[in-house]
Design a protein. Structure first.
Length: 225
């Protein structure tokens, strides 16, 4: 027994579904175009709803801020409207937001200023040695004057001083009339060029100098803008 339709595998005695009709009235596909007007109306309504909801939220926020401001009362020196958190109305950093390390350093500086001299070194001498070398650099590499110099004289940079020594030479010491008698085991000292100048900066000092140079370069770049 053979039947026509979609249910060709059904057992005998079971009626099969009728096959779909295909004619001019039933071609088997959608014959109408999309309703563009309906789609546009839906999108316009959705955009209008979102706009209304935005203005509603904006108005609610304004109302809540107004209620809070009215509840807090007028602004005073304890309640100011700051542009950013942690900044005072004069653009300064609030002290209560300073890190503990900075506060401890300030407290240590105040304590060391109160203590009489001589004081103990608070950082294993790193800062003291760096300050000493900084003062030496000022004396060695720049022109300066001080009260301990004779009147009318100034200090000159060491590079300029070495140039003058090369040009003019060292003064000759007056020869002694009496020969110097050397003791047993002694020898006449001979001046030789040192292998090093005897000056070495610490790691802490190198880091301090690098940080200072970076600050100076940043400051110069800011001034050029």
């Amino acid at each position: 027994m053979h039947t026509k339709g979609h249910d060709m595998g059904k057992p005998e005695g079971v009626a099969a579904h009728a096959a779909p009709q295909h004619d001019t009235e039933h071609p088997g596909y959608e014959t109408q175009d999309v309703n563009i007007g309906g789609v546009v109306t839906f999108l316009a309504g959705l955009a209008g709803f979102v706009t209304i909801f935005f203005f509603f939220c904006f108005a609610m926020g304004k109302a809540i801020n107004y209620a809070l401001a009215k509840h807090d009362g007028p602004a005073d020196k304890w309640h100011t409207n700051l542009s950013s958190v942690g900044v005072t109305k004069y653009g300064q950093k609030r002290e209560d937001l300073t890190s503990n390390a900075t506060l401890e350093q300030r407290q240590l500086q105040r304590m060391t200023q109160v203590f009489p001299t001589p004081r103990l070194e608070t950082d294993d001498g790193n800062q003291d040695l760096a300050d000493l070398h900084a003062r030496e650099d000022l004396l060695l590499h720049y022109y300066s004057s001080s009260a301990d110099l004779p009147s009318g004289t100034i200090r000159i940079p060491i590079d300029r001083a070495m140039q003058l020594v090369v040009q003019r030479g060292l003064p000759q010491a007056a020869a002694s009339d009496q020969p110097v008698t050397l003791m047993a085991g002694e020898s006449k000292p001979v001046v030789t060029a040192p292998l090093t100048n005897g000056f070495a900066r610490t790691g802490y000092e190198l880091q301090t100098i690098e940080a200072r140079n970076e600050r100076n370069e940043f400051k110069q770049a800011q001034e050029k803008r």
